[in-house]
Design a protein around this ligand. Structure first.
Ligand code: MN
Length: 290
């Protein structure tokens, strides 16, 4: 046998073996009527079109007219669930993050999406959008056109989304957002200027330019981590006035409500029970006025 003939012979042998094996498997599995032997969770399910009731996007987490049609829920061990969401012109989500990220498939119209600190971007029918885990963002219709997207989210321990504050008219209508009020970086008088600018303009300037303009922007710590340690320090020092604005800033920087509550519990043991109790009062107030 020359070399090509050997190769062909080996190939034929392998092909025959694989084919025979496939036939054996097909013959031994797949009973004629799977319904009789498989549990319900193992059967293919078809959810017929328009058979699941749609609902309005809850006012707590959406603005404007939003219709949510459930498509599929997470079937264990799978973790992804999806829905078709339609935003009328001007409607949008609140700011939020996704535990493991989110995929959006725009099925109709034109909308906007914005990542915290970034520019608002237009999305159109056919576009597919990936939102990485933990990235604060919002999505919705443009001011003049409606937009529909299929939203697919994977959950972790039953949780797929963390809701935050509403998207303001200014953020929705204009470009990039920053936490102007708290950081004092806007053109309006800053929080520090309002607080102490009349009596101590130098302290207001140092707060704006050095503390928030430089220290908070240094890359050595993520803003989220800076927020966590700042909140922790203010709880430990029992400074409810400063804690209030820093819990708000921490939420903007991606610290969740659950995490803030956990910090307070933790610090009850390191900074004292009364400090923790006071912090709960401040947190309740901030969580209540999103
Ligand atoms: Mn989202």
């Amino acid at each position: 046998m020359n070399l090509p003939a050997t190769v062909i012979a080996i190939f034929l042998f392998l092909f025959t073996a694989v084919f025979a094996s496939a036939q054996t498997q097909a013959g031994s599995s797949a009973p004629a009527d799977p319904d009789a032997s498989l549990p319900d969770s193992q059967l293919i399910k078809i959810v017929r079109a328009a058979s699941q009731p749609a609902s309005s996007g809850p006012e707590e987490h959406f603005a404007g007219s939003v219709r949510v049609e459930p498509l599929f829920s997470a079937h264990d061990p799978a973790r992804a669930y999806g829905s078709l969401v339609t935003f009328e012109p001007g409607a949008r989500t609140a700011w939020h993050t996704h535990t493991l990220g989110q995929t959006l498939i725009v099925t109709d119209g034109t909308g906007w999406i914005q990542q915290w600190g970034g520019q608002k971007q237009e999305i159109r029918k056919g576009d597919v959008v990936w939102i990485p885990a933990g990235q604060k963002h919002w999505h919705g219709a443009t001011a003049s056109a409606r937009m529909s997207h299929i939203a697919i989210v994977e959950q972790l321990n039953g949780k797929g989304v963390e809701w935050m504050e509403k998207v303001s008219e200014e953020q929705y209508g204009n470009s990039p957002s920053t936490s102007k009020e708290v950081t004092g970086m806007g053109k309006e008088p800053s929080a520090a200027q309002k607080l102490v600018g009349d009596i101590n303009p130098k302290l207001a300037e140092l707060t704006d330019n050095v503390l928030f303009g430089d220290v908070w922007k240094r890359p050595g710590l993520a803003k989220r981590d800076r927020s966590l340690i700042t909140v922790a320090a203010l709880i430990a020092l029992n400074r409810p006035e400063q804690l209030r604005s820093h819990i708000r800033l921490a939420r903007e920087n991606g610290v969740t409500q659950d995490e803030i509550v956990e910090v307070i519990t933790h610090l009850a043991f390191y900074s004292g029970w009364p400090n923790a109790i006071n912090a709960v009062g401040v947190a309740r107030e901030v969580f209540g006025n999103k």
